[in-house]
Design a binder for this molecule. Structure first.
Ligand code: ADP
Length: 607
């Protein structure tokens, strides 16, 4: 037990140390990964800044190709972030003459419901319009009122003219006039190829669309079912997401500027980056030259981060701060990236422990069983001594009493004399058998028991045994039936030893018959074996005891066997003798109904 306890303790200690070690390794790996990530990210961002920013400032307003890590670059004007789609082409205020005529048309169209009058006014507006803004506004109104007047061919013609001339002319909402015309043409006939082509082309320009234009393009693209439109719909939806995020960023610029400026101060010389949005974007402010206005640059963290890592703005149990130069940014790796590696699997320790415990328990069980057996054998031995004394005393007393009666001439007649003498002979035979059994077993234990094997006819041995038992059986009122299949099997056997085995079985049948008075003896051969069955109808043996009665000294302890003298050696000796003849011995028994002991011995031949 002590060594096993030591082993168990050791296993626990080793497992704990192993755990601590792998925990430390994981922490170390996490720190290294973070350092490396910071280095790589800084280097990439620095490179992006150097290469791209200067080039891109000139193209402000252009969207970058989808694989570019930069989302946008836009100047700061008086601490305000210029929106990338902001258009300097603010429509000029209309001339008063044009405004007058156009307003007159609107009055006729909307208040008087006079479509014809309104159309005439708008036509006049078209002729007096100066510049594309006025022309496009007048054309758009004219197209609308034609449709109201159900002059569809005129309306189509006018809208098509707007579509062609006004693609680059935005209204005060930043939406090109042509887009309204396209909307009308698509509403009039969804398959209008020119309008469809215009919508798809406009949405696919690499210029940032203003939010209103983007929403309108999205709704128009939904009406078109060509594959190109489906692709563009996806592109415009993602652009809208970017637009919304940029708008949100612009609204918060002042807050973030303060933060960024603090960060700039704390990490001079280095770029400072701030996270923004869901992805998140990495935002910085750069001054391309000491004269030029600073620019805001947004980089997609997804496109610059090494595989596996992801950035987030909020803290989480698995995220760690990215560190200096990165404001409010947390980095996170997949859950299994730094799981401590098991030096040796815990299952192995478990198995070792299990084996050790198993071995200890088995050893303890075997030890206890041996101790128990030893104690049982000791008890049986002492019981044996008492039994043998008793067994010896009974025949001796009987012999002495009968001999003394004869000596005193008290026998009444020759018949009584003969009977007394026979009893003396029978009892001394019983005594001899008992002594023989004890001596034989002692010889067996010392390995000195020898058998004189010679050709033997089994029925003769059985008959001799029956003869020996004839007198005691008749004295006790038993009938012994011998049945033979007349095969006369020949064995290579020690006839005396076999007879002794049969006598032990017959003796038991007598002792344990209870009130029954019938015993059968069957002899014969079956296949290549000779058999002897001793059948009684006595008290029987329980299944549990059947497995143990052939052990030395084992005697069944029960109410029925109490008071029956015996040594517990008879069956042990019978078994030894039968096995010495390469045979076997079986018992079948039912408690209360009797037992059959069957001996099987290989044949030498038939007599
Ligand atoms: P014993 O001297 O006690 O008879 P044995 O070795 O001959 O010793 O038998 C062992 C035990 O087996 C007996 O004590 C008895 O309980 C049981 N036994 C043997 N033969 C029979 C039988 N024919 N019927 C019932 N019990 C039997």
């Amino acid at each position: 037990m002590i060594p096993s306890a030591v082993v168990i303790l050791l296993v626990f200690r080793v497992a704990r140390q192993e755990n601590e070690l792998s925990e430390r390794r994981a922490t170390e790996a996490r720190r290294e990964a973070l350092d490396q990530l910071r280095r790589e990210l800084s280097a990439r961002l620095q490179a992006i800044r150097l290469e791209e920013v200067n080039r891109l400032i000139g193209e402000s307003g252009r969207r970058l190709p989808p694989d570019s890590p930069i989302v946008f670059v836009t100047p700061m004007m008086q601490d305000r972030m210029v929106l990338p789609w902001e258009d300097s082409r603010i429509p000029r205020a209309a001339s008063s003459r044009f405004a007058e005529v156009h307003t007159e048309g609107e009055l006729l169209e909307f208040q008087r419901n006079d479509a014809a009058g309104a159309a005439a006014a708008y036509q006049r507006a078209v002729t007096i319009a100066r510049g594309p803004s006025e022309t496009c506004a007048a054309l758009l109104s004219l197209g609308r009122v034609y449709r109201k007047a159900a002059r569809d061919p005129d309306a189509d013609r006018t809208d098509r003219a707007t579509l062609r001339q006004c693609a680059a002319v935005p209204d005060s909402n930043g939406i090109p006039h042509a887009l309204y015309a396209a909307d009308r043409l698509l509403t009039a006939g969804a398959n209008d190829a020119e309008a469809q082509e215009y919508v798809v082309r406009t949405s696919s320009t690499r210029q940032w669309h203003g939010p209103n234009e983007a929403y309108m393009l999205q709704s128009l693209l939904r009406k078109i079912s060509s594959p190109a439109a489906v692709d563009q719909l996806q592109a415009i939806s993602s652009e809208i997401q970017d637009i919304e995020q940029i708008t949100a960023l612009a609204q918060e610029t002042n807050n973030h500027l303060a933060k960024l400026k603090t960060a700039f101060r704390s990490a001079p010389g280095d770029l400072s980056w701030m996270g923004f949005g869901n992805e998140p974007w990495l935002i910085t402010i750069v001054s391309p030259t000491s004269f030029a206005a600073p620019v805001v640059m947004a980089v997609s963290s997804r496109k610059v981060l090494p595989d596996g890592a992801s950035l987030r703005l909020t803290e989480s149990p698995r995220a760690v701060p990215l560190g200096d130069g990165f404001v409010d940014l947390q980095v996170e790796w997949p859950a299994d990236r730094f799981t401590p590696t098991q030096g040796m699997p815990i299952t192995l320790y478990g198995s070792v422990l299990f084996l050790v415990l198993g071995a200890v328990l088995l050893a303890a069980y075997l030890l206890l069983r041996d101790v128990h057996r030893e104690a049982e054998t000791a008890a049986m031995r002492s019981h044996f001594v008492a039994s043998v004394s008793h067994e010896l005393k009974t025949p001796l007393t009987s012999i002495r009493a009968h001999a003394e009666t004869l000596l005193m001439g008290r026998a009444e007649n020759t018949e009584t004399t003969t009977e007394y003498l026979r009893t003396i002979v029978s009892e001394s035979e019983r005594l001899t058998r008992l002594v023989e059994t004890v001596l034989d077993l002692s010889r067996i234990e010392q390995g000195r028991k020898t058998y004189r094997m010679q050709s033997t006819c089994l029925p003769e041995v059985v008959r001799a045994a029956a003869k020996t038992m004839e007198y005691p059986l008749s004295q006790l009122g038993f009938t012994l039936t011998i049945s033979s299949d007349n095969t006369k099997p020949l064995l290579l056997a020690d006839a005396d030893a076999l007879e002794q085995a049969i006598l032990n079985l017959l003796g038991n049948a007598v002792k344990y018959s209870g009130s029954a008075r019938r015993i059968e003896l069957r002899v014969g051969s079956l296949a290549s074996e000779a058999f002897i069955d001793v059948v009684d109808h006595g008290i029987g043996i329980s299944r549990e005891d059947q497995t143990r009665i052939f052990e030395k000294f084992h005697r069944v302890q029960s109410a029925q066997t109490e008071g029956i003298a015996g040594t517990g050696l008879g069956l042990a000796l019978a078994l030894h003798i039968v096995e010495a003849h390469n045979g076997r011995i079986n018992v079948t028994s039912d408690v209360g109904r009797g037992s059959t002991f069957s001996v099987r011995i290989p044949l030498q031949g038939q007599a």
